[in-house]
Design a binder for this molecule. Structure first.
Ligand code: CP
Ligand code: NVA
Length: 306
């Protein structure tokens, strides 16, 4: 059970993360130049999705194909996972047939249990706690547009959710100051904040968080699994909408990011994704390149011919 997993940004050193993002940009360049690069020929990634996905599924599936391998989509609806086969047992069996496994799930403990029983790398494709693959793409996007993020100020506005928790970890690993503006009771989880110390400042006023920021990021007010709280959250989060006027308070060269999918008119104003400061489409594309670099790092290269 010695496989290397990626359940959180903390599973890599800051140096590994920087190298991985440099590699992501190289792989992006290879693809743009039409260069074939297939180190993962015959390798197979299993992808378990307990929640919906567009970007994560496509980027992992297309990424594996581009690297010469393949990906298999597994839904709990039509595997024994949905009928109560224990997560640990499933991990033992699946990891005997696959070369890596990506999981999008609810409880983060599903990932840690799976990883503890898996003999191949397990990748967190989003849990209720964290979304580390998205942060790889976000950091790659910032670096490609502005250079190093170390020492910069980042503002998170809205819900202290899985994305926000991963931004807290990113503040530690990439060495930036994070201002988090949330309504009371919606702060990021204490166990992530404790590790971050004074790198993260909690605030109520989004204008205070955004003042002078080099990157502003937000996410939906209601994450997957919280559909029963939509009305209550809409009312509470209304003062946290990111719009042009709020971005105007940030640094002149601020970038805006949203992991998508976005609800225009809720957490962002209707036209914010079209604002020249928004890099949300580059950010979405970089899921592909960053995860290819991650797969290259975690998955053994091709088999030898007999
Ligand atoms: N940002 C992100 O993870 O998108 P999907 O839910 O479409 O995978
Ligand atoms: N916080 C969102 C992110 C979706 C990519 C969710 O968990 O639904």
């Amino acid at each position: 059970m010695s496989a290397r997993h990626f359940l959180s940004l903390m599973d890599c050193t800051p140096q590994e993360l920087s190298g991985l993002l440099r590699r992501a940009s190289e792989l992006k360049d290879l693809r743009k130049r039409g260069v074939l690069f297939e180190p993962l020929k015959n390798r197979v990634l299993g992808m378990i999705f307990e929640k919906a996905s567009t970007r994560t599924r496509l980027s992992f599936e297309a990424g594996m194909i581009q690297l010469g391998g393949q990906a298999i989509f597994l839904s709990p609806k039509d595997t024994q996972l949905g009928r109560g086969e224990p997560v640990g047992d499933s991990a033992i069996v699946m990891s005997r047939m696959l070369d890596a496994i990506m999981i999008r799930t609810f409880a983060h403990s599903t990932l840690t249990t799976f990883a503890a029983h898996s003999q191949v790398p397990v990748i967190n494709g989003l849990s209720d706690d964290l979304h580390p693959c998205q942060l790889l793409a976000d950091m790659q996007t910032f670096i490609e547009h502005r250079g190093s993020i170390a020492g910069k100020t980042v503002a998170w506005v809205g819900d202290g959710n899985n994305m926000c928790n991963s931004y807290v970890e990113a503040a530690i690993q990439f060495d930036f100051q994070l201002n988090v503006a949330t309504p009371e009771g919606f702060e990021p989880k204490a166990r992530f904040l404790e590790k971050a110390g004074d790198r993260v400042r909690l605030m109520r006023d989004p204008r205070e968080a955004v003042a002078g920021a080099h990157l502003v990021s937000t996410d939906v007010w209601c994450s997957m699994g919280q559909e029963d709280q939509v009305a209550q959250r809409r009312a509470l989060f209304a003062p946290y909408q990111v719009n042009q006027a709020l971005l105007d308070l940030a640094a002149d060269d601020v970038l805006f990011m949203h992991c998508l999918p976005a609800h225009r008119g809720e957490e962002i104003s209707a036209d914010l994704l079209e604002d020249p400061r928004s890099v949300a489409w580059d950010q979405a594309e970089n899921r592909l390149h960053a995860q290819k670099a991650l797969l290259e790092m975690l998955v053994e290269p091709a088999y030898h011919h007999a």
